[in-house]
Design a protein around this ligand. Structure first.
Ligand SMILES: Nc1ncnc2c1ncn2[C@@H]1O[C@H](COP(=O)(O)OP(=O)(O)OP(=O)(O)O)[C@@H](O)[C@H]1O
Length: 389
């Protein structure tokens, strides 16, 4: 929607400014989404903007209201701005969800084999190697490069993504917005993020144990991929639980075209199990695109490096996964131990944004650049186009 005919110059300026206000969950302009009902600017330059939100008090409401006021107030010829917030009628909401979907149905799966979204599942053999920290940081780094990025935290037992991305504070995790059968994921640092930790209702994730059997886990991942509206993504990252359990197998079945990124530490024991988790992914048809070594040497105060977890694990995993059949699996980078990187994650402000000069953050940024540059092979895939008759 844009300024109606007969609008004054100041009203047109307000409409134009509102075109730069994005819904923080859908990441599209509120004018395009039909959320602006009316713009009036009186002779004294006072603007009155009427907007309609999907649900009263939806998590994004205050942000949209503030951004709208700021945008209208800053438009040429405007001396002050008032924002009147209304709620869409069920009819308007239906039209809104249609607009969000762009006429497409959410079902079946959004990330089927013909989708142009690169799906990258991040796996590790054992826990605690920094897989979640690296997945979240890579997602943020790729989004900062201008890509549309989604992140599914499929680490059901150890979901830590909401905390690392600042979506969880004091035991309360930000909730997705539900619009009828559409689930809109919260956006953190430009990344559309969904986690099992967002579906625990009022339960405190710090004290809530998730103990689900395989079929329930499978259904949850399936629902994440089907009902959560990510829109058009360039990249979808999945943080898998460590090891080769039910979730890894479900993801392999649901997303056989996914690429796999393997995280290990330099330690022999971590490297051995990392190779095994990659081999399981391969059995389901997924392609291993590379290995990242985390928790490599800790820079010491005297300029030396303390090899807390030894050396060489990343290179060993890459070498063992490279063969004539699968080609060369590269070691995409080695991320040093860094107290600053950990602290930033604990604060919910990833170091790749908050402190890009941090040695671990810098290594992750370089790895993100390499991953973005790898692209995805389209050979053998249907592009969904047919010759003109
Ligand atoms: N390069 C690093 N330097 C310092 N600390 C790190 C680094 N990478 C990860 N950490 C820290 O190590 C801990 C474990 O990391 P994380 O939770 O990301 O591991 P994980 O492999 O996802 O574990 P799990 O799968 O068992 O949940 C976290 O406290 C994290 O902040």
């Amino acid at each position: 929607m844009s300024a109606p005919e007969g609008a004054s110059a100041a009203e047109r300026a307000v409409w134009e400014a509102l075109g730069r206000v994005r819904d923080p969950e859908i990441l599209r302009p509120i004018t395009e989404l039909g959320m602006v009902d009316e713009v009036r600017v009186d002779a004294a330059g006072r603007a009155r903007v009427a907007i309609s939100l999907t649900i009263a008090g939806c998590p994004a409401a205050r942000r949209i209201e503030e951004d709208t006021r700021a945008a209208a107030g800053g438009a040429a010829g405007v001396t002050g701005a008032e924002v009147v917030v209304g709620v869409m009628t069920p009819e308007e909401r239906r039209a809104f969800t249609e607009r969000v979907r762009g006429g497409r149905e959410t079902r079946p799966q959004q990330f089927g084999p013909d989708s142009l979204t690169r799906v990258i599942a991040v796996t590790s053999g054992k826990g605690g190697v920094g897989k979640s920290s690296l997945t979240a940081s890579l997602a943020v780094a790729l989004a900062a490069r201008g890509l549309a990025v989604g992140l599914v935290d499929a680490d059901v037992f150890g979901f830590s993504i909401p905390g690392i991305l600042g979506l969880s504070r004091d035991g309360r995790t930000e909730q997705p917005t539900r619009l009828d059968d559409l689930i809109l994921p919260p956006v953190a640092h430009g990344v559309k993020t969904i986690s099992i930790g967002m579906f625990l209702g009022d339960q405190d994730p710090r004290t809530t144990a998730v103990s689900w059997r395989g079929p329930m886990l499978h259904r949850t991942i399936e629902q994440f991929l089907r009902d959560v509206w990510f829109g058009d993504l360039d990249v979808l990252l999945l943080d898998l639980p460590p090891g080769t359990g039910d979730i890894a197998i479900s993801v392999g079945q649901l997303l056989p075209q996914a690429e796999v990124l393997v995280i290990t530490t330099p330690q022999e024991a971590a490297a051995d199990v990392a190779v095994r988790s990659a081999l399981v992914a391969r059995q389901t048809g997924q392609r291993v695109i590379g290995v990242v070594e985390n928790m490599a040497g800790l820079p010491g105060p005297d300029g030396g490096v303390i090899e807390v977890f030894g050396t060489g694990g990343g290179a060993r995993v890459a070498e063992r996964l490279s063969d004539a059949e699968h080609g060369d699996v590269p070691l995409l980078g080695s991320v040093p131990l860094s107290p600053g990187f950990r602290e930033a994650g604990d604060r919910g402000a990833p170091a790749v944004l908050a402190d890009p000069a941090d040695p671990a953050a810098a290594a992750v940024l370089t790895i993100a650049e390499r991953i973005a540059g790898l692209g995805r092979g389209l050979s053998g895939r249907s592009l969904g186009i047919s010759p003109a008759p």
